[in-house]
Design a protein around this ligand. Sequence first.
Ligand SMILES: [Zn+2]
Ligand SMILES: [Zn+2]
Length: 264
Amino acid sequence: MNCQHCNTSIETGYTLCPECELNLTLLILRLATFTTPLKASLDSTLHPGGHQPTRTNLPTAPTPIRLDVLDLIDQLDATASELARWLEDSPQETAFTSIQDALIRCVESDLLPRFTDAELYYQTLTRLEQRILNIIDTPEETRIVGRCPNQLCGITLTAPSTATTITCPICNNTWSIQDVKREWLRQLIHEGKKTGTAAECAKAFTMSGITLKRNTINQWAARNKLTPVGIDTERTPIYRYADIYRIATRKHQTELDTTTTVTA
Ligand SMILES: [Zn+2]
Ligand SMILES: [Zn+2]
């Protein structure tokens, strides 16, 4: 016998291994806690994102309840009741007082890891959870900030766009976002040997606070202000970060600019 979800071999008579049974149980319990925020999201005037500037304000009043949320609640209700009835091996008339009640009864059933359609419900409930999370928990936009300034660590750090500090998940140091950006650029420039394509350089500089377009770098190269130090496997020219930094920070000194020569 193999676990329907992860395919490891299991005791005869079971359909899920103990680990997958635990994960399914936790999934069902999470869904039980989602029912309240989900119902709160029904009100179209209150849902997260309702105040976003991108929200379209229609000339006519919107439907007072969100039909997509209503549909999701119905699906969760139907799936939970159906699963609970199967697991209780009880006649179709079994009534549940709420979605939560049905979900809790599923978790309490001894049949959960021995149920024939375990994997089918596992997948259905996983999809429902994803759809519910998209409604009750609008994902925060995260972006790459730079590399961890800790020389021994150096992993790429990401943070929500509103964050001002960041704690490295590897070395546990807390940095200000500004410091991470500055340190990253400092390393790229002062290592001297660090190179990248125009696109890579533009991205690194812009993320570190010096706005630079890829086209600008290409133009510098076309006007011989900047000389590539080689080409990559796709025959794209690569440049030294240090060279680009020198030109970028001199941009306002037009006269100097025209005489700047960068040797490979
Ligand atoms: Zn398993
Ligand atoms: Zn670190």
